[in-house]
Design a protein around this ligand. Structure first.
Ligand SMILES: [Zn+2]
Length: 81
């Protein structure tokens, strides 16, 4: 059975992957297109402050939203021997 959970109309409202609050998202008329043809966006969640990266897949226009890793700058202290 197919439910409709995958039907995200991505272009008006998206959910923060970190705190699941609603973010308003506007596609730009002049978006950044990367080498693969994806539109890429940067968003910041107002609720939790997460830095988010959004990509619109040109095949189905679905917005994929991922949280940027904020820890990249910080070293990984638990790697100590
Ligand atoms: Zn958030």
């Amino acid at each position: 059975m197919c439910n409709e959970s995958a039907t995200t109309s991505a272009h008006d409202a998206v959910l923060c992957p970190s705190c699941h609050s609603r973010l308003s998202f506007h596609r730009s008329p002049t978006p950044d297109i990367d080498a693969c043809g994806f539109e890429s966006y940067r968003l910041d969640c107002r609720e939790c402050g997460a830095a988010l990266a959004g990509i619109v897949d040109p095949a189905d226009e679905a917005l994929l939203l991922t949280e940027c890793e904020p820890q990249l700058k910080a070293a990984l202290p638990h790697m100590a021997v």
